[in-house]
Design a protein around this ligand. Structure first.
Ligand SMILES: [Zn+2]
Length: 471
């Protein structure tokens, strides 16, 4: 296949370059002007279109097996493909059993591999009630001790996830002392340790205070926001850095929603990510959006601009969706404290960052490419074949019409979750086709309806399971 005359987004280049791109055997074989077609070779006319590398969404909760009434791999990866995401990395904590052992990982892989339509990798997890089994003999394993679950999982995962605060009975928080030992094991195994960084002590006290102040009156969204303020993130990030002393490069903080926390982490030598919803919304939007905006950490009052600046400068390494939808009966409980905390996001992340980041001038092309896949590929051991358009890499490509617009409509998401804070948002640019390893997975609907959604054209199970060092 030749993608003809597209505007290619190439790594390290300051602007799009008009060229042809040849795909052979699922990989990018050649990039040049005026490639001569071979007999029978398919030609895709990309004149006037942007050709982006498929995005990597390094933080999704596809909930299978276990909580598939919220999301499953078929719907989740379909939504990803619609949004130009060609690789997802799934979290260990929202499937049952959680991925804290090799047996649990193989059980999950058997369940999801017949369903995925984009490529995928997993994180392992360390839950508070299984820390000793996860660590096993720990560092002593090299000397012949019994390997722990982390060591057994390492070949099959691209990192390990922990929480300082958790609302899940099936996956509990770790103590600070646990976390220091988990970081040491992560460093020994060569895998990053990912942390949900909100301080339990701070959130517990702030939440109790917010509830007490409201008294017997109906709770409001401001109460939920007041229970998880900026300081709760900052304290947790400072603690994590202190515990990582000497091995900061192993530490990655997920879904940072506070600019000062990003500064602290960057200066301290850890990596971090933010999400489109922290860039797009502030806590003032709860009045309009209610439960559709509920996430943890919560969106803060005035962090948007600071987060954009740090994503643009590289202080925040990359973006992720934290895709975690739930059905209306779990989202719309009418109570800010019990409404499910999580939103669908894997299909809206790239369209939002393209429109409001790159095309609106907030992100340079190199930073846009880093933020949507390049840096995540490096962080999670996938960069030999993923994360950019380069000869030899997988032909994960997204064709975008920059002159068209997209209107986001929750009911039309391919995710099981239909409740999105991006409801009704109009964005510049329209994804026309998403290719994974050279094969079309999603094709947009034809016509002028900016809210129209096209079709998944790949078979369930066509997605490939990726591990650290994939090549
Ligand atoms: Zn998450």
């Amino acid at each position: 296949m030749i993608v003809r005359n597209g505007l290619l987004a190439l790594p390290g280049e300051p602007d799009f370059r008009r060229a042809d791109l040849r795909v052979r055997g699922g990989r990018i074989a050649e990039i040049a002007r005026d490639l001569a077609a071979e007999p029978g070779e398919e030609i895709v006319d990309a004149a006037g279109l942007l050709v982006l590398p498929g995005a990597i969404d390094p933080h999704v909760h596809f909930d299978e097996p276990g909580f598939t009434h919220r999301e499953d791999f078929l719907h989740g990866t379909s939504e990803a493909a619609k949004g130009g995401v060609t690789t997802v990395i799934d979290m260990p904590c929202t499937s049952l059993p959680p991925v804290t052992t090799l047996a649990a990982l193989e059980h999950k892989l058997a369940a999801v591999s017949p369903k995925a339509v984009v490529d995928y990798a997993f994180y392992g997890g360390v839950s508070g009630r299984e820390v000793e089994a996860s660590l096993g003999a720990g560092a002593a394993e090299a000397a012949g001790g019994r390997p722990g679950a982390m060591a057994e999982l390492a070949e099959r995962v691209v990192g390990f996830k922990c929480y300082f605060i958790s609302g899940m009975d099936s996956f509990t928080r770790v103590t600070h002392e646990d976390f220091a030992r988990i970081l040491a094991e992560g460093e020994r195994l060569g895998r990053p340790i990912l942390l949900h960084a909100e301080d339990l002590d701070y959130v517990t006290a702030a939440t109790a205070r917010a509830k007490a102040l409201r008294g017997s009156a109906a709770p409001e969204w401001a109460d939920y926001a007041a229970g998880r303020p900026e300081a709760a993130e900052l304290v947790a990030c400072a603690s994590a850095l202190a515990l990582a002393r000497g091995r900061e490069a192993t530490l990655h903080i997920v879904h940072v929603g506070t600019a000062a926390a990003a500064d602290l982490l960057h200066a301290g030598g850890a990596s971090c990510e933010t999400c489109a919803h922290y860039l797009a919304f502030g806590s003032g939007d709860f009045d309009r959006l209610g439960a559709a905006l509920k996430t943890a950490p919560v969106v803060k009052a005035a962090e948007r601009r600071g987060l954009w600046e740090r994503l643009a400068s590289g202080v925040i390494d990359f973006a992720a969706s934290d895709h975690a939808p739930a059905p209306a009966e779990e989202k719309n409980t009418g109570d800010p404290w019990t409404a499910y905390g999580g939103i669908p996001g894997t299909g809206t992340m790239l369209p939002y960052l393209l429109s409001e980041g790159l095309l609106a001038g907030r992100l340079s092309l190199p930073r846009f490419l880093d933020a949507t896949g390049g840096k995540a590929a490096l962080r999670y051991g996938l960069s030999a074949r993923k994360g950019s358009i380069a000869v030899g890499k997988d032909a994960d490509l997204v064709l975008v019409d920059p002159a068209a617009t997209t209107r986001l409509v929750g009911e039309r998401l391919l995710s099981k979750g239909k409740i999105t804070p991006f409801e009704g948002m109009r964005l510049t640019g329209r994804i026309l086709v998403t290719y994974v390893r050279g094969a079309p997975v999603y094709r947009a609907a034809r016509g002028a309806d900016e809210a129209a959604v096209g079709d998944i054209v790949a078979a369930p199970g066509s997605g490939k399971f990726l591990t650290w060092g994939y090549r």
